[in-house]
Design a protein around this ligand. Structure first.
Ligand code: NAP
Length: 340
């Protein structure tokens, strides 16, 4: 079977990770990556032997002046691929839709774009089969991916009457020097509830969920406090057993002295993960509680990486490389070292 040819438009935080994850698969390959500037990331793409393309013809000179060889423009790259993963900054990707359509190729956008751009929002466990053969898909944001991974199995097994989530968001990614707050907590948004609940509904439309969010002075991870009313009775051990069997959930515990997102990131480094990525939802096992009949727990979400395996699965479904979602998830997990 020939490999699906994949373009990455936007080689930043998400794009460079998706490029590496695609390269690790047997059934897909990177045809090229696209940059607007000859930054260190463009040099990294060259070092990693990815063919580099300029976003537009007027940018080619700047790459040449920096001593970087480009293979052409985005337009050239798209002429010879099956699918483009758009990893341009939020709000930029929608403008490329016409170009992708002109080339008659499939496209994946990220969570910074609206659901309407693709008309379909994706999570590997919740709706893999609905993505099979699709032309356009949006892989939802890091927070929505984390919430869907946690809530979908609960809903499947116990039924969810109502879920309430407080999202404590990292202010910026570690490599970003432009964003605050340095010393503040920002209600974000101030108007309640936040958009995260409706975003989960783009995958699970029937789910009752209310979310509020604040931004904190940290770059490491997002942190969620979940409170869920379930339809059926449960004990904390039932929830532990349920999550233990999920492919992209990792337990940590205070008993193991993992008491903060800093220690979770240290664990990711110790696991030898590339870029110290933590692709799984990290749930504190000892936070899983039943209080007044409702479920409570904490989870941390590594914003830079949890959507990366979902992108790989979305490619596999859209390009009809595998019809069984569980098999795709297992393949992606194995090649990316997830669950080890
Ligand atoms: N970072 C996260 O935490 C996170 C998590 C989940 C989802 N997402 C979503 O993923 C998407 C990408 O976010 P990101 O964090 O990876 O952004 P990023 O780190 O800023 O990377 C964006 C990349 O796009 C390139 N770019 C900028 N303008 C472009 C254009 N007009 N055409 C082509 N490339 C362009 C930039 O390259 P140059 O430097 O060459 O301009 C940069 O390499 C967004 O939708 C975001 O919401 C982000």
């Amino acid at each position: 079977m020939s490999k699906a040819k994949i373009a990455i438009n936007g080689y930043g935080t998400i794009g460079k990770r998706v490029a590496d994850a695609v390269t690790a698969q047997d059934d897909m390959e990177i045809a090229g990556v696209v940059k607007t500037r000859p930054s260190f990331e463009a040099k990294l793409a060259n070092d990693r032997k990815f063919d580099l393309y300029a976003a537009s013809p007027d940018k080619i000179d700047s790459f040449n002046q920096a001593g970087l060889e480009v293979s052409g423009t985005l337009d050239d790259l798209l002429a010879d691929v099956d699918l483009v993963v758009d990893c341009t900054p939020g709000g930029v990707g929608a403008a490329y839709k016409e170009l992708y359509q002109k080339h008659g190729i499939k496209a994946i956008w990220q969570g910074g774009e609206d659901h309407e751009v693709a008309g379909f929002s994706f999570n590997s466990e919740a709706n893999y089969s609905d993505a099979i053969g699709r032309d356009f898909t949006r892989v939802v944001s890091c927070n929505t991916t984390g919430l869907t991974r946690a809530l979908y199995p609960l809903d499947q097994t116990f039924g969810i009457k109502k879920s309430r989530v407080t999202l404590m968001r990292r202010a910026a990614d570690p490599g970003n020097i432009k964003s605050g707050p340095i010393n503040a907590i920002i209600p974000n948004p101030i108007s309640l509830p936040s958009h995260h609940g409706p975003d989960v509904n783009s995958i699970l439309p029937h789910l009752k969920i209310a979310t509020v969010a604040v931004k904190l002075s940290t770059t490491l991870m997002h942190f969620h406090a979940l409170n869920v009313e379930l339809d059926s009775d449960f004990e904390p051990q039932d929830i532990i057993d349920l999550y233990a069997a999920r492919p992209r959930i990792r337990f940590v515990s205070g008993a193991d002295k993992i008491t903060s997102t800093a220690e979770v990131m240290e664990l990711a480094r110790d696991l030898g993960r590339s870029r110290s990525d933590m692709f799984e939802n990290v749930i504190w096992k000892d936070s899983i509680s039943k209080y007044q009949g409702e479920l409570y727990f904490f989870q941390a979400i590594h914003q830079e990486s949890d959507v990366v395996p979902e992108n790989v699965d979305a490619i596999r479904a859209m390009c009809e490389l595998e019809s069984d979602g569980e098999k795709s998830i297992a393949m992606t997990n194995k090649t990316m070292g997830i669950g080890k």
